[in-house]
Design a protein around this ligand. Structure first.
Ligand code: NI
Length: 171
């Protein structure tokens, strides 16, 4: 397994729409393993292939507190949505920014597993948020896209400030 590099907003590659995975082979399984390692290492609860600059429809998630429930979804599709929930979201590609986003409370998802077999699963609460957030990544959408123009300006300001602070450290 190896750790992958995570793209950081506003990297334009984060806007790429991922392609359907035609065949679940060893390369895909390796990618899923590497993405899980990368996610755990960054203390994240979800990661989409888009974020590691691989534009294929694969996401990993684990919302358990012990990091003991890895979930891999290949070509995920939401087939049912129910209710609404508001939650502060963050993103490994938008470090230091947290903002409230409205998502479905409960979802039913179809996907392929690591053997290439189709399955369906239900998710609610945090896992439902996480899957919806990661599926957005596969379509080139980031959670900050949902914010009001005013909030977006504040986020941009904060990111610019963080970038400057980083540059000062490096200088
Ligand atoms: Ni994200």
């Amino acid at each position: 397994m190896s750790k992958l590099n995570i793209l950081i907003f506003p990297d334009s590659r984060l806007r790429t729409k991922a392609q359907t995975i035609e065949q679940v082979d060893d390369e895909v399984r390796q990618l899923a393993n590497d993405m899980l390692e990368t996610m755990y290492d960054a203390a994240g609860i979800g990661l989409a292939a888009t974020q590691v600059d691989v534009h294929r429809r694969l996401l990993v998630a684990d919302v358990s507190s012990e990091g003991s429930e890895p979930l891999v979804l290949i070509n995920p599709e939401i087939i049912e949505k129910q209710g609404e929930q508001l939650h502060d979201e963050g993103c490994l590609s938008v470090p230091g920014i947290y903002a409230q986003v409205a998502r479905a409370e409960k979802i039913r998802v179809s996907a392929l597993n690591l053997d290439g077999e189709p399955f369906e699963t239900e998710a609610e609460g945090l896992l439902a948020i996480c899957i919806q957030h990661e599926m957005d990544h596969l379509n080139g959408v980031l959670f900050v896209d949902y914010l009001s123009p005013l909030k977006k300006r504040l986020v941009r300001k904060k990111l610019l400030k963080m970038k400057r602070a980083n540059e000062e450290v490096l200088a």
